[in-house]
Design a protein around this ligand. Structure first.
Ligand SMILES: C[S@@+](CC[C@H](N)C(=O)[O-])C[C@H]1O[C@@H](n2cnc3c(N)ncnc32)[C@H](O)[C@@H]1O
Length: 273
């Protein structure tokens, strides 16, 4: 299933993401994405369990990262076909995969699947980083067969100033500012997904969310430590924090009594008429 080029969104080449804090060239990015999967896959799978999925569905996982969800879909749809796309497919290419899973290098802001070709499009932790996410949603809807499902998941940071730990609050706020400045990440997007889905003509729009907690689990703490490590050069370069402030904020993870909430991972799903 080859994507067809389109110049609808040619202004967003995805370079800001690839060159930014979360780009695949960053040391530790593979491990960060693996941790993100361990944190987020259970809630995603609970959403997928609500859909009337059959063994023969044709699915796409957009911005598939290190591919756990694409592999999960391939297992659930052994008589169908799953396509895992990413701007940078190095992690997906490196993994053995079943015959019904295809990997495609694709910039979702520029390239399309054939119209009405998919039963399911899933995208997690990507649209929040794009400059025109609602336009991408409209294009994704055109890829769905009538009755097909779109699942969009994106994080939204909780208000940093509500944190009881001032240093940690400052770090969360600075990271949000860094992502907004350097790659246009929009922290308000996740709450706009249901409206974007309805505007794109989808029906049966549903929404849920999962809280990410810092200080209570090894996996989540390892994820957040890695995020802050990757952000540190940018935070310093943009004068958003000093090295000492960053260290003091991260030191909270060593305190057995520390617990704070960082973001909600919002999941929305809806069906094409
Ligand atoms: C934060 S990661 C999320 C990975 C995976 N979806 C997950 O939730 O585990 C975002 C992924 O989207 C990819 N990406 C960024 N911009 C993209 C674009 N314009 N088109 C396709 N993929 C893109 C990145 O390379 C990265 O693998």
């Amino acid at each position: 299933m080859k994507p067809t080029p389109t110049d609808t969104l040619a202004r967003d080449t995805g370079r800001a993401y690839a060159d930014g804090v979360l780009g695949h060239d960053r040391s530790g990015e593979y491990e960060r994405l693996r941790l993100l999967e361990r944190i987020s896959d259970p809630a995603t799978i609970r959403v997928l369990d609500r859909l009337p999925m059959t063994r023969s569905w044709h699915c796409a996982d957009i911005g598939a990262g290190t591919g756990s969800l694409a592999h999960h879909l391939a297992e659930r749809c052994p008589d169908g076909q799953v396509t895992a796309t990413d701007l940078d497919t190095r992690y997906l290419d490196a993994m053995p995969r079943p015959d019904n899973l295809t990997v495609l290098r694709q910039d979702v802001t520029r390239e399309d699947f054939p119209p009405a070709s998919l039963d399911l499009v899933h995208v997690r932790a990507l649209l929040t980083h794009l400059s025109e996410p609602a336009e991408v949603v409209r294009r994704m809807v055109s890829w769905l067969k009538p009755g097909g499902w779109l699942v969009i998941e994106d994080p939204t940071y909780l208000p940093a100033e509500a944190s009881p730990q001032p240093e940690f609050a400052a770090l969360l706020a600075a990271c949000g500012e860094l992502l907004a400045r350097t790659q246009g990440t929009d922290n308000t997007w996740a709450r706009k997904i249901p409206a974007a889905m309805a505007d794109a003509g989808l029906t049966d729009v549903a929404m849920s969310a999962e809280l990410s907690v810092c200080g209570r689990s090894e996996v989540e703490d390892a994820y957040w430590r890695q995020c802050f490590t990757q952000a540190t050069p940018g935070l310093l370069a943009h004068g958003l924090m000093t090295g000492r402030q960053i260290q003091r904020a991260i030191a909270h993870f060593d305190d057995p009594g520390f617990a704070d909430a960082a973001w909600l991972m919002v999941s929305c799903w809806a069906r094409r008429r």
